[in-house]
Write a protein that binds this ligand. Structure first.
Ligand code: FE2
Length: 281
């Protein structure tokens, strides 16, 4: 066992996206701040409707996947394939843009709290032009697993916290993503395996936690160093954090807004396809 230590820390910056939704962006705030295979990680969280009410009206994507995890609140996803998905407390939307999707994500509430995360997961060249897909994952379909010092919800991937392998709501794919929402009690300690071949990060969003000897910052991507396991210890208020990891793709990344391809020419093609109405054809 090799314990992973803290690599660099990428504090989230406040920005806005969509039609004016306030978000905190860590990974992806600039193109040099990515963690292959992850392109972007946004946290949204507010009690004020003005911060989220404008939502994300219809917009396109090509070449990657978006994973939206709703902790609290209600969003409606609609796309050109005719999918309609209500994303509510604890639910996940896993959208594969592939060749092209046009979708909207609009709040279904005009007051109260909305809180969650959106992660952009890159696709390798071989899958960038695959047909678009969409999965609505209900909260009850996300396995909840007891671990020493707390529990975790396994959105994606496989993990063996106790000698038994647990399987998340989504598995497989070239990057074999691991995505867990980990809750630790006050002082809770756990050692979790994160396969050596995966690059990963921890995003602390409540309480305090240390990774080995390092205290992690809240609302920051704490990138994991190499190794086989992470050792976490919560502070006196406990901790809530995302553990996200995936196999690096190691290909060139060329991004232009909502299109993420391997070359400038492929971006030009995406723009041309979008303008001429065949992005999703
Ligand atoms: Fe989107």
């Amino acid at each position: 066992m090799t314990i992973r230590t803290l690599g660099r820390t990428i504090p989230a910056i406040e920005t806005s996206d969509g039609a004016g939704v306030r978000i905190k962006r860590s990974i992806g705030q600039s193109q040099s701040l990515r963690l292959d295979p992850f392109l972007m990680l946004d946290e949204f969280g507010s009690e004020q409707a003005a911060d989220y009410i404008a939502g994300f009206p219809a917009h396109p994507h090509r070449g990657f996947e978006t994973v939206t995890y709703m902790i609290e609140g209600h969003l409606l996803h609609e796309d050109h394939l005719g999918n309609r998905g209500h994303l509510k407390n604890g639910g996940v939307q896993w959208m594969t843009a592939g060749r092209g999707i046009i979708h909207s994500e609009m709040p279904q509430q005009d007051e109260g709290a909305m809180r969650g995360f959106q992660l952009w997961l890159n696709l390798p060249a071989q899958d960038k032009m695959m047909p678009a897909g969409y999965r609505d994952i209900q909260p009850e379909d996300i396995p909840r697993i007891s671990i020493p010092g707390g529990s975790l919800k396994l959105i994606a991937g496989r993990i063996q916290p106790d000698g038994n392998e647990h399987t998340g709501a989504v598995t497989g794919g070239f990057t074999r993503p691991l995505y867990a929402d980990v809750h630790l009690e006050a002082g809770g300690q756990v050692t979790l395996p994160v396969a050596e071949e995966l690059d990963g990060l921890i995003y602390l969003y409540g309480g305090n936690v240390s990774l080995g000897n390092d205290e992690l910052h809240v609302s920051a991507a704490s990138v994991l160093g190499p190794g086989t396991d992470v050792r976490l210890k919560a502070g006196p208020q406990g901790a809530r954090l995302l553990l996200v990891a995936g196999r690096p793709i190691a290909e060139p990344v060329v991004q232009y807004g909502p299109f993420v391809m391997n070359s400038r020419e492929e971006i030009e093609q995406a723009l041309q396809d979008y303008r001429s109405g065949v992005l999703t054809a």
